[in-house]
Ligand binder design. Structure first.
Ligand SMILES: Nc1ncnc2c1ncn2[C@@H]1O[C@H](COP(=O)(O)OP(=O)(O)O)[C@@H](O)[C@H]1O
Ligand SMILES: [Mg+2]
Length: 255
């Protein structure tokens, strides 16, 4: 059985950063094979993982409407193209959703593709899904069963409140989430007690479990500026050590 961990949160809070650190943690601790899924239309998880994307699922879906060769059964064609969309890297694979189709298009291509994706996911020990703020792809692609939903917030009261609202989207999106976590990212060295109190209050109200703080990190800042993938962060780096402690806690609590 594979475990699915999905990232959620407002834009710019650090979902992709945390997703990349999580993929690094899972691969380096042998919790493999890992499938990383970039479900943000403005995909950039691949950059933090240091891999190139050739084709996205969205592109394949468009192709399916027009370009299925006569001689090839649709199912075979989809499987072939899906395999081409899987980027194989060291210890993990990556698949990129790309742009979703317009509203109301739940066409046959879409159904085929989500089925194929569901089948594919079973081959991995862990599936890490980086999302856009609205988590639209999760319900669209029938990725409704999520073991851990990790909501990322910035270190502000308003941010934490927004994270609480995002946790409330689970119901209308009909997601089946085992456990909802809150991670407060880019936290200052000293956590203001008022913030800490508020975090715990919102967690209790919105039925989230508080995973912890990830500090503002000069190592991430530098990697970003120099466009270095986060996978290349040294194991000893402070932020990676901190993230590792958080991920260990998350995985130790079965969903
Ligand atoms: N703990 C951190 N310390 C320093 N910079 C961070 C940290 N987490 C994220 N960032 C930076 O914040 C910006 C937004 O992060 P990103 O992961 O792209 O957010 P999201 O995917 O939620 O939009 C990026 O420039 C990233 O490098
Ligand atoms: Mg992102």
């Amino acid at each position: 059985m594979s475990q699915t961990i999905a990232l959620a949160g407002k834009g710019g809070t650090g979902k992709t950063t945390v997703a990349a650190l999580l993929v690094k943690y899972l691969t380096e601790t042998g919790k493999t094979p890992v499938l990383a899924v970039d479900a943000d239309p403005n995909a950039n998880l691949n950059e933090l993982l240091g891999v190139e994307v050739e084709v996205t699922l969205g592109e394949i879906k468009n192709e399916l409407r027009t370009a299925v060769p006569e001689s090839m059964a649709r199912g075979d064609f989809i499987e072939m193209r899906l395999n081409e969309a899987i980027i194989e890297a060291q210890g993990f694979d990556l698949i990129v959703m790309g742009q979703p189709e317009g509203p109301g298009c739940y066409c046959a291509a879409h159904a085929f593709l989500s089925q194929a994706l569901e089948k594919l996911m079973r081959h991995y020990a862990y599936v890490v899904v980086d999302n856009e703020a609205g988590m639209e792809h999760l319900s669209r692609l029938n990725m409704r069963k999520i073991d851990h939903l990790l909501v990322v917030s910035d270190a502000s009261s308003r941010g934490v409140m927004t994270a609480g609202r995002i946790a409330e989207l689970i119901k209308p999106l009909q997601l089946e989430v085992g456990k909802v976590w809150l991670l407060v990212n880019r936290a200052p060295g000293q956590i203001p007690p008022a913030l800490d109190d508020y975090v715990r209050q919102i967690c209790a109200e919105k039925k989230m479990e508080f995973l912890g703080y990830l500090k503002e990190s000069p190592e991430i800042f530098e990697a970003e500026i120099e466009r270095r993938p986060l996978l290349a962060l040294p194991k000893e780096s402070k932020v990676y050590q901190e993230a590792t402690a958080l991920f260990e806690r998350l995985l130790s609590k079965g969903a």
